[in-house]
Design a protein around this ligand. Structure first.
Ligand code: S3P
Length: 434
C-alpha cells in the first residue's frame, strides 16, 4: 500500500513558540465517557487523529449522536448505547479497544471488537482476565482481538493489577460502572490517572490513595464541558529535537503537566537538559503549562522503577536523546515496550542501527554508550507513530538527508507533526511515495 514518507535534513537553530495537538488519552476518554453520560458533553481541543477517530466512530456505531462543529470541537449527545450493526473496528487503537471492552461487558447486547492486523497482535489477556473475574462473558482466540462480548451480570472485584497499565485499570473501572458492588484496583505503579480525574468530575463515586482506586457505582454520570490540554507525549518529540539540535530555543504552550505523565521531563532534566516548566492553570482538571527548551549538552542516565510508567510512550524518543548523551544510559523495567504498537525496543534499535547507532537490547530495556554520530539513512516506521516521529527527530542530527518511510502513521497521535516541526525551522517534509 502506498504511504507517505518524511524527508529529513540536518538542521541548526530550531526556534519559536508552538502548541501540540490535544492529549490522546483524554480525547479517547472524552468521547467514551461522554457517550455514557446523559446529556450533552462538549469537547474543545479534541485530538482528531487516527486512534481517537476510531474511538469516535465506535461510539457512533453504538448509536450515539455526535455533532462535529469543527475537526477539534464536538458535542456528544450521550446517555444510551444501542447494539452495533456489525463488528466494531478500533483500527490501531490499543487504548480504544481496551477501554470500550470494559464498557461493553456491562451492556445488554452483544458486540464484537476488532481492529487492524497490528491491533490483533496486541495482548488482550490483561483485560480479559479481570473482566472475566467480574463475571464478563468475553471470548477471544488466543487472547487476541477480535473480542466477542455478550451480556452478563457484572459484579465488583478487588483486582491486584500485575502490570502498571492505565488501559487495564480503566477497563476494570469502566466495567465497575455497570457492576453490582464496589470495584477496587490496586496498581503496582502510578499509571496515568485521567480516568479517575474525569469520572470524579462527572460525579462518579471514585476515590484513590494513588495505589488503590475504589469505584462505587452510583448511577451518576454527568456530562462534561472540557478543553483537552496538549499531549506531553507529542510534545516530547519537539522537546528532544530542541535539546539535541544545536542553537535551539523552543517554547511549547498549553501542555498537560499531569505528574503521571511527566516522567520524560524528570529524566531529561537529570540528563542535564535545559528545560523550564511554568504551570499556567488547569484544563479538564489537569495542570497545564509552558515548556521552554534550549539546546543542551546531555549526559547519560539510568532509568528504571516508578518513572517508567510515567513516561512509557517516550522511550523511543529517549533512545534518540541517549545516543547524543555523554556516557552510558541504561533503561530497565521497561518490558512493556515490547507489547506496544510494535516491540519498541527491538524496532527502534534495529532502525537506528541503519543510521549507524549501536544499541544493546536487554529483555526489559536497553543500554546506549554515547555520544554517537548518526549517519543519514532510509529507515522504516513499522506503522508505529512514535517510531516514525522518533526516527525523524534523529534525522535532524544525522550527517546528511534521511528518509523515514511510513509517515502516515504519525497522524495516529500527532497530525501535523511535520508542519509543526517545519514551523520551528526544522526540515521534516512529508512526501508522497509512489
Ligand atoms: C494509555 C495507556 C498506556 C499508553 C497508551 C495510552 C491510556 O498504555 O502507553 O499510549 O490512555 O490509558 P498501557 O496502559 O498499556 O501502559
Amino acid at each position: 500500500m502506498a504511504n507517505d514518507c518524511f524527508k529529513v535534513k540536518p538542521t541548526k537553530g530550531l526556534s519559536g513558540k508552538t502548541t501540540v495537538p490535544g492529549d490522546k488519552s483524554i480525547s479517547h476518554r472524552a468521547v467514551m465517557f461522554g457517550a455514557l453520560a446523559k446529556g450533552d458533553t462538549k469537547v474543545r481541543g479534541w485530538l482528531a487523529a487516527g486512534d481517537t477517530e476510531a474511538s469516535l466512530a465506535t461510539i457512533q456505531a453504538l448509536g450515539v449522536e455526535v455533532e462535529r462543529h469543527s475537526k477539534n470541537e464536538l458535542t456528544i449527545h450521550g446517555g444510551e448505547l444501542k447494539p452495533p450493526k456489525g463488528n466494531i473496528n478500533l483500527v490501531n487503537a490499543g487504548t480504544g479497544i481496551r477501554l470500550i471492552a470494559g464498557i461493553m461487558c456491562g451492556q445488554p447486547f452483544e458486540s464484537v471488537l476488532d481492529g487492524s492486523e497490528q491491533l490483533r497482535r496486541r495482548p488482550m489477556k490483561r483485560i480479559i482476565t479481570p473482566l472475566q473475574m467480574m463475571g464478563a462473558d468475553i471470548t477471544a482466540i488466543n487472547d487476541r482481538a477480535p473480542l466477542t462480548i455478550r451480556p452478563a451480570q457484572m459484579h465488583g472485584i478487588k483486582y491486584d493489577m500485575p502490570v502498571a497499565s492505565a488501559q487495564v485499570k480503566s477497563a476494570v473501572l469502566l466495567a465497575g460502572l455497570f457492576a453490582k458492588g464496589a470495584t477496587a484496583v490496586i496498581q503496582p505503579g502510578p499509571a496515568r490517572d485521567h480516568t479517575e480525574r474525569m469520572l470524579t468530575a462527572m460525579g462518579v463515586d471514585i476515590s484513590s490513595d494513588g495505589t488503590t482506586i475504589v469505584l462505587k457505582p452510583n448511577g451518576a454520570l454527568k456530562p462534561m464541558d472540557l478543553t483537552v490540554p496538549g499531549d506531553i507525549s507529542s510534545a516530547a518529540f519537539v522537546i528532544v529535537a530542541g535539546l539535541i539540535v544545536p542553537d535551539s530555543d523552543i517554547t511549547l504552550t498549553g501542555v498537560n503537566l499531569n505528574s503521571t505523565r511527566t516522567g520524560i521531563l524528570e529524566v531529561l532534566k537529570a540528563m542535564g537538559a535545559d528545560i523550564t516548566v511554568t504551570e499556567t492553570g488547569l484544563e479538564a482538571g489537569e495542570p497545564v503549562g509552558e515548556i521552554r527548551v534550549r539546546h543542551s549538552v546531555l549526559k547519560a542516565t539510568e532509568v528504571g522503577g516508578k518513572v517508567v510508567v510515567e513516561m512509557i510512550d517516550e522511550f523511543p524518543i529517549l533512545m534518540v536523546a541517549a545516543l547524543l548523551a555523554e556516557g552510558q544510559t541504561v533503561v530497565r523495567d521497561a518490558q512493556e515496550l515490547r507489547v506496544k504498537e510494535t516491540d519498541r525496543i527491538s524496532v527502534m534499535a534495529g532502525e537506528l542501527a541503519k543510521m549507524g547507532a549501536k544499541i544493546t537490547e536487554t529483555p526489559d530495556g536497553f543500554i546506549i554508550d554515547g555520544p554517537q554520530q548518526l549517519k543519514a539513512a532510509t529507515v522504516e516506521g513499522h506503522d508505529d507513530h512514535r517510531v516514525s516521529m522518533s526516527l525523524s527527530v534523529a534525522g535532524l542530527v544525522a550527517t546528511g538527508d534521511s528518509t523515514v518511510m511510513d509517515a502516515r502513521c504519525a497522524s495516529d497521535s500527532f497530525p501535523g507533526f511535520a508542519e509543526t516541526m517545519t514551523g520551528l525551522n526544522a526540515h521534516i517534509v512529508v512526501e508522497a511515495v509512489q
